[in-house]
Design a protein around this ligand. Sequence first.
Ligand SMILES: NC(=[NH2+])NCCC[C@H](N)C(=O)O
Length: 380
Amino acid sequence: MAASYCVEERKACVRWVEKYFKDCLCNMKDEISFSLGLTSLVFWGVAEIPQIITIFRTKKSHGVSLLFLLTWVAGDICNLTGCLLEPATLPTQYYTALLYTITTIVLLLLIIYYDYISNWYKLRQKVNHKRDEEEERKQLKPPKPTYESGIPIPNGTLKAVPRQEHYYMSARSLAGSGTPPWGTYMRAAKSGPSAMESIHDSSSEDDETYPASSKNPPTKARPIPRPAVGSYGTFLAAAVNLPLKANALREGYIRFGGRKLLQEYETHSTFGQGLGWLMAAIYISGRIPQIWLNIKRGSVEGLSPFMFIFALVANVTYVGSILVRTTEFESIKANMPWLLDAVLCVALDLFIILQYIYYRYFRRKEGRGDYYEGERAASS
Ligand SMILES: NC(=[NH2+])NCCC[C@H](N)C(=O)O
């Protein structure tokens, strides 16, 4: 790639920055701006890691507001698109947006796992365990035969059948019916002939009849076939490709002098600006659920203060990177949603950090916070 040249400074752009960030550093101001942008990128890259660790350690996510994280993801989508469409934004802004979108999605998946999937799995295990116990108990103590209840057996003489026998027979008759188990058609369509083979295999197993007096009655649950993993692979490939495509779009804009070109297409810029303002509104309002959650719980247990400290540093350096680069009114105006958002988020993060200090160190001593209650319960 041919290095670009700063006409004003009469020197080549910094090569690696141009190569990897598509940015040209001509002078000291550009270099400071880029360093600040890079600092912001690093801080955003690590900001959510302390919260991820806290959730991993406690296996609970009750300290962080799910709504707050959802607003982050919604804001991130607007941000990414806005950065792509607004030519006045810096390349580091775009890469930062890409990075924190990924870390927030990881954090969100972790919360969904601990709050929903893991709980649901534990509950299911409990239910299964209970059912197994009940079944075991039933088998140890077979119920007394009843002669009034039960489904009449076709071709059968009207003789009294003990209840337990009815249970085995009806289960077997279901297994032997022409209806294949749920999902087997799907497996056949996905995996072709080999799947058909396995279906036949399993149905031949089903066809085996177990005498009612057999020592091993067919009480074992039949495994339900799972869908093939291929479809997840397709999804993953598409997801990985998406940022690359977005990047290509951005690269295309830049290569063809896109920043200037896009400025000529007012509609793009207006749309980018609109998304920028929407993003700012979403990000700013997103802090409210977290502040409210802290107040409601009267505690900050399970919340990592480092997430907000790092976010604060990241937002300050982000503002710095924009303002150091240019003080031209036009550029500042175009970057206004990003600047305003970062400044207001700094103020709100400061508030959350103060909340943290209050609930963690002052309220605790007063004996009203969760910590105090928890400690009291543990010591008693
Ligand atoms: N997923 C993220 N971390 N997004 C970054 C949000 C940036 C925004 N200025 C804020 O502090 O809320």
